[in-house]
Write a protein that binds this ligand. Structure first.
Ligand code: HEC
Length: 164
């Protein structure tokens, strides 16, 4: 067997073997009591947008595509979901400190204005997750309304770390 064939065979064997190893799935049972909607007014249209465009990465429940059954795709997706959830998890939002909540809402507005979210590697396949201008406005207004409500409840000092 030539060297190239041996290497190809080796790669093939490893690929086959890895098909049997899967990362734990991001699927939580039951109602997520710390969901953002539990503490902040979240209209149905906002919930629908979050569900279609954000929650596969920023919640405790991912609806997996068929290709998640193929390695190394499953690892790649798992890594993305981990990273996304670590930064912002709408299912854990109620457990954040007010300052963190306020900051994540600001970040959300920024990400939407800069068209950074949802990730383009996601919308490439999930075409329905692409946000229309109206949907983007709906989400941004939602974050602004919550922030205004928070500003009425907390002092600015407790919401924003002061730059000295
Ligand atoms: C395919 C997965 C995916 C989808 C879908 C997605 N995101 Fe993200 N998001 C990520 C990843 C990964 C990061 C962290 C890395 C980065 O900042 O690029 C992130 C980061 C963020 C952050 C910054 C969090 C921080 O660390 O402060 C915000 C805010 C955010 N996303 C909002 C959204 C919103 C709103 C939507 C829906 C409109 C969305 N994302 C859809 C994967 C995703």
């Amino acid at each position: 067997m030539s060297k190239v064939k041996k290497i190809l065979l080796g790669v093939f064997v490893v690929l086959v073997a890895t098909q049997f190893i899967h990362p734990a799935k991001n699927i939580a049972e039951g109602i997520q009591t710390n969901n953002v909607a539990a503490i902040f007014a979240t209209p149905e249209d906002v919930k629908a947008i979050l569900k279609t465009s954000c929650n596969d990465c920023h919640s405790n429940n991912t609806i997996y595509p068929w290709y998640n059954n193929i390695q190394p795709v499953a690892w790649w997706l798992d890594h993305h979901i981990d990273e996304a959830k670590h930064g912002l998890n709408f299912d854990e939002f109620a457990s954040y400190s007010p300052r963190r909540q306020y900051h994540k809402l600001e970040e959300t507005e920024e990400m939407l204005n800069e068209n950074e979210m949802p990730l383009s590697s996601y919308t490439f396949i999930h075409r329905d997750a692409i946000l229309s201008t109206e949907q983007k406005e709906t989400l941004i207004n939602w974050t602004k309304n919550i922030r205004r409500q928070m500003e009425a409840t907390y002092s600015m000092d407790s919401l924003v770390r002061q730059k000295k």
